[in-house]
Structure formats: structure tokens, C-alpha cells
Design a protein around this ligand. Sequence first.
Ligand code: RAM
Length: 349
Amino acid sequence: MKKLIAIVLSLMTVFALVACAQPAAAPAAAAPAAGDASQTYAIITKSAGNPYNEREASGFEEAIKAAGYTAIIKHPAEITAEAQITLINELVAQGVSGIAVAANDKDALETALKAAMTAGIKVVSLDSSVNPASRMTHINQAGVQQVAQALADAVLDLTKGEGDWAILSATSTASNQNAWIEAQKEIMKGDKYSKLNLVEVAYGDDEYQKSVDQTQALLQNYPNLKVICAPTTVGIAAASKVITDAGLQGKVIVTGLGLPSEMAEFMGSGDVACPYMFLWNPIDVGRVAAYALVEMVNGSLTGELGQSFTAANGTTYTVTEAGDGGTEIIIGPPFAFTADNIAEWKTVY
Ligand code: RAM
């Protein structure tokens, strides 16, 4: 018995010594073997309390976990660049392997993200891009031109070709909304849109109540308003609620980019607040960001133009040229949700 206890004790000592010999944390630049749980990948969304951002983060987390790694999800309390910089600095100090960020400002994250890349951390933006110097590539849900064209044609159709319309956006510094709005304005310089009058671009900051207030102000200030186009899931839901509560369905029409689960109650046949709108799968946006970061850490992806890789879902993604001079990976075209398919999609995302 004594002998057995002695053996057990000496084995415990050996295990303890081996455990102590392990480094406390792997250096950030090191690339451990695939499936090594010490690889940690973080996603920073635009802000807390937005179901779109939660879907995006859930796709990221799912793909990172499926690959055997650790996922960190950060939803900043405020929809600001400052809140995101604090989180980036913390993640750099922690020595994570990769960071995906949906930017609240194109340029303001540059110093923090450059410091991350210098420390060997792989960096991509998703959903809302940072400038090319601040990222290795951008994961774009859909082509900017495609989104802008869909929105321009929806405004043309829903106004029946003439009259006042307004945009209800997210924050004034959001690079995704700003890119869509700029491209939409450019498209709408064309002849067929010449009888349309954009009265205002309002900003609800992706906050529900502020978006409600902004919608009410638009209704008050522009009595002939025909269409509100909201390229934000928070804005389109808030505007649709205001129109429905005011009984203005069929008189002021809402369209834009919406989450089916939030918009189903405002869609359908007859006079509804929103006859149709567009989006993509936000869960996929998070997944593809995760795939790209994992490939950057463990494979040869650097985000350079022309590269491609096949992800764990079997899809091959290609790095293409982005409109801002950097590169991006485009996931697919925007999808239209109508009275005919909204019931089918409202439970998906
Ligand atoms: C909001 C966010 C997000 C955008 C969608 C369409 O949830 O602003 O960045 O992609 O709308």
C-alpha cells in the first residue's frame, strides 16, 4: 500500500512539473496546430442590443467552435469607435489569434488595428468596413452596387416613379450604410429617377427609440413623403412600427434592409407598412469572417487580391477588389423578402 501511495505521489509531482513547464500563453504570432483550443478568435460587432449583430456573432462563434477553437464575442455598449478601440486594445493585450470587427467608423480604428496586426494578430472587418490600411481583407455581405441598385429600384417602384422620399440610416459614420447611400444617390442621378426628390437622410443611430423619433420627424416635416428607405434593420423595423401605429399603411411605404424575424409583422398582402425589403443571411456573414481568420492563421490566406480558399462549409471564397482600394470577399447578392416568402424566412433569422 505504502509503495502504491509513493508511486501515485511521484506521478503527481511529474504531472505538476510538466504542467508548470507549459508557457502561460502562446505568443500572438505563433500558429498552433489546427483544432488547438488555445487559438482564440474575437468578433466585435457594432453595438449591443441589435438582433442583427447577435445573429452575425452567433455564426462566427459556431464556425470557430466547430473548428475546435475558442470564440470571444464583444458587443460594445455604445455604437461608437471609442468603445471598439477599448475592446481592440484589450484583445491585443490578451494575445488573441484573430479579430473580426464591424466598424463604427472607417478610419478611427486604424491605430488600434495596426497595433494588432503588428503583434501578429490577423484582422478582418465584416459588415461595415475599416479602411484598407486597417485590415487584411473585408467580409462583405453583398456587393455595394447590388445593394444600392436594389434599393434605388425599390424606391422608384414604390413611389410609382415620382415624389418625395427619405432615407433613415444608422449612424452618420457607418461605412456600410454610407457606401450604400452614396452608391444609391449616384445610381439615382440617372434619367429614370429624375422625378424623385430625396428630402433628407436622417440618422437613428441603430437605436430603436431614436429611429422611431426620426421617423416621426420625417412624417411631420414632409407631408408629401411617399417612401422611407432604411438601409438598417433597426431603422426599417422602427419606421414600419410608426407607420403601422399611425394607420398610414399604403400611404407612406417603408423599404430597405430588414431582418425577416423583425419585419414579418409589418409585411404580407394588402396594405402593409412594408411590401418588400432585402437582406442576406447575417449568420453567414459571421461564419465567413471566422473561416477567413482561421485560414489566415493556419493557411496561407493574406487577403491579397486574387487569392481563394475553400472553407469548412465546402464553399470556395475569392478575394476581390473593393471599392475603397482594398480587398474584400463578397458573400452573395442581396435577397428580396416579400409577402410570398416572409413566413418561410421569419424563423430562420
Ligand atoms: C443594421 C446594422 C448592420 C447592417 C444591417 C443591414 O443591423 O447597421 O450593420 O448591415 O442593419
